[in-house]
Design a protein around this ligand. Structure first.
Ligand code: PMT
Length: 222
């Protein structure tokens, strides 16, 4: 089955935002809708892969046939990703993980008694970078959401986090990136750079999945 070219692969994909609690009724998050990660899950399933989708809170349904692991915070996503990633052939970090969490989550709802208030934040662990430190690590693809100097920052993340590939998107442009139906990506490896022009995220995902597989096969036959 040429169309089932991922038949022997298991893809573990993170998607959506994370939520970092401030108090029982408030949180810090971002505009990720999960659409890009879910589209990749869908495309990988169609190509015959087994798919584990580790997802932050989103308003879309998971594609039929995937194993869905629902999480809320970056710490929860970290635990699940480090558990499932070693079982996979391929790990895709499409989630928009909060870089920081609140140092002390208030047990009760914070009252608006003061004119100014400050939140103290601490850095979250980097999920994809730590997956890349595993002895039995899969093939690893990160994303880079940038608003400027895209190629420079994306290549920096590729190297620093020790990834096989990084898919960079310009999230300053209207109509693509966070929460839109469309996207445009540049896929960087240590050796090449491939443009995937603006299109619906389903179309982007289909192309991206095939390109990732080509790089995966090239690496495993080296
Ligand atoms: O969900 P959508 O609305 O469809 O939007 C898609 C998207 C814009 C969120 C997606 O295409 C995207 O770019 N995802 C990555 C967003 C991001 O947080 O990028 P970053 O440049 O901050 O992070 C770089 C990489 O490190 C990413 O692979 C990220 O998943 C990973 N990371 C970051 C922080 C952290 N603590 N752990 C991580 O694994």
């Amino acid at each position: 089955f040429a169309d089932k070219y991922l038949q022997d692969q298991h893809w573990v994909i993170t998607a959506g935002p994370t939520r970092e609690a401030i108090d029982p009724v408030r949180y810090i998050s971002n505009y990720s809708s999960g659409k890009m990660g879910y589209a990749i899950a869908h495309a990988a399933l169609r190509a015959g892969a087994k798919v584990t989708l580790i997802s932050g809170p989103v308003n879309i349904s998971a594609p039929r046939g995937c194993e869905l692991i629902e999480v809320t915070s970056a710490e929860q996503m970290y635990q699940q990703a480090l558990t499932y990633a070693p079982q996979g052939t391929t790990f895709i970090a499409c989630a928009a993980v909060a870089d920081y969490r609140v140092a002390d989550i208030a047990k009760e709802k914070i009252k608006k008694d003061n004119e100014h208030m400050q939140l103290s934040l601490v850095k979250n662990q980097d999920i994809v970078a730590d997956v890349a430190k595993l002895a039995n690590k899969p093939f690893i693809v990160g994303f880079a959401a940038e608003t400027q100097n895209i190629a420079h920052y994306a290549r920096g993340k590729l190297k620093r986090k020790n990834l096989d590939l990084i898919a960079a998107n310009d999230v300053a442009k209207a109509g693509q990136g966070f929460n839109s139906d469309d996207n445009a990506l540049t896929l960087y490896s240590a050796f090449d750079e491939i443009e995937i022009p603006l299109a619906n995220k389903q179309v982007i995902a289909t192309k991206l999945v095939s390109l990732i597989n080509q790089h995966y096969l090239a690496k495993s036959t080296k």
